[in-house]
Ligand binder design. Structure first.
Ligand code: FE2
Length: 283
C-alpha cells in the first residue's frame, strides 16, 4: 500500500549554537512525532552573518548527529581526537553514545553555505555505548540513475548499499533528485517512520493529490509499504529518511537526550565536574 501524507509543514527560523540562524524542520516541540528522529536543521544560507558564529565546544550524549553538506565546509574537532573538514557532499555520522564534546564551525565558500543536521535517538540499551565517529567523503557515496538520481547514504536502493552500515537504529538516508515530470517509487519497511524534506524544485508526495510541494517543506508519511513521489515540471530534490521507531520515553535538554530526568541530571553534573567523557583519547 502506498503511504499517504500525514502532514505537511515548513521549516521555521531558529537561532542555535553561538547565534547561527538556521531553519528547523522539526525538533523538541514535535517529539515524539518522528520517533526515532529528534531534529532536522537546514543551515543553507548565502549570508555569512547567519552561520559564521558556529557551534563552539558543546557536549552530546544519548544520540547520533548526522551532518550532510551541500555547499561550503564545516570545520570540526572532538574529544575523541577527530579533527577535520566536512565538505560538499560529505557526511559526518557521529554517535555520541556515552558522550563526546565537539565543535562545528561552518565556513562558506564565496559566501555560500548549505547542509542539514539530523538527530537520531539512541535506544536505552545504547545511550551509553562507546562513542563512534564516521566521516564519509562525497566520492564514497554511491549515486544511481539519471532521471531518478539517488545518493545512498545509508540503506539500499536497487541492490546498492550506502556506506553507513551497522547502525544502532535502522535508518535509511537518501538524497533523491527527480528530473521534471518523473515518478519515483520506493519501498519503506512497514512500521518505520518516514519523511521527506524538499530541498529544490517541487512535486507531489501522494498520488492523486493536487498542489505541488516545494523547497523547505517537510512531508511526514503515514504507515504503508512504499512511497510514490513525482516531480512537477520544475524537477524535484528531497531528502528521504526513514527509521525504526524506539517507542521509549524521551528526556531532552539542549544537546543531551536520555530516557529519564535523573539520567539528564547525571549527564549535566558529570559535564560540570569533568567526568562526562568516558573514553580517553589515545595519543
Ligand atoms: Fe553538535
Amino acid at each position: 500500500m502506498n503511504r499517504k501524507i500525514e502532514s505537511i509543514s515548513t521549516s521555521k527560523p531558529t537561532i542555535e549554537g553561538a547565534g547561527v540562524h538556521l531553519k528547523r524542520a522539526f525538533g523538541y516541540n514535535e517529539v515524539p512525532l518522528l520517533d526515532p528522529f529528534l531534529l532536522l536543521d537546514d543551515f543553507r544560507s548565502n549570508n555569512p552573518a547567519d552561520y559564521l558564529a558556529g557551534f563552539p565546544w558543546h557536549p552530546h550524549r544519548g544520540i547520533e548527529t548526522v551532518t550532510y553538506m551541500l555547499e561550503g565546509t564545516v570545520e570540526h574537532g572532538d574529544s575523541m581526537g577527530n579533527k577535520g573538514i566536512i565538505a560538499a557532499g560529505d557526511v559526518q555520522w557521529m554517535t555520541a553514545g556515552s558522550g563526546i564534546i565537539h565543535q562545528e564551525m561552518p565556513k562558506g565558500i564565496n559566501g555560500r553555505m548549505g547542509g542539514f543536521q539530523l538527530w537520531v535517538n539512541l535506544p536505552s540499551t545504547h545511550k551509553m555505548m562507546e562513542p563512534r565517529y564516521r566521516g564519509i567523503l562525497n566520492e564514497q557515496i554511491p549515486e544511481t540513475g539519471k532521471k531518478i538520481k539517488i545518493r545512498v547514504i545509508s540503506g539500499e536502493v536497487d541492490g546498492i548499499k550506502g556506506p553507513v552500515e551497522d547502525l544502532v537504529v535502522d535508518t535509511e538516508y537518501l538524497d533523491v533528485t527527480l528530473a521534471p515530470n518523473t515518478e519515483f517509487e520506493h519501498s519503506i519497511k512497514k512500521g518505520y517512520r518516514a519523511f521527506a524534506y524538499v530541498i529544490e524544485g517541487s512535486g507531489y508526495f501522494e498520488s492523486g493529490k493536487s498542489g505541488s510541494i516545494g523547497n523547505g517543506h517537510l512531508v511526514i508519511f503515514k504507515d504503508g509499504d512504499k512511497v510514490k513521489i513525482s516531480a512537477d515540471e520544475k524537477g524535484l530534490r528531497f531528502l528521504l529518511i526513514s527509521g525504526k521507531p524506539l517507542g521509549e520515553p524521551v528526556a531532552w535538554y539542549g544537546p543531551i537526550v536520555m530516557n529519564t530526568r535523573e539520567e539528564l541530571e547525571i549527564a549535566f553534573e558529570e559535564y560540570r565536574n569533568g567526568t562526562f567523557i568516558k573514553k580517553k583519547v589515545k595519543l
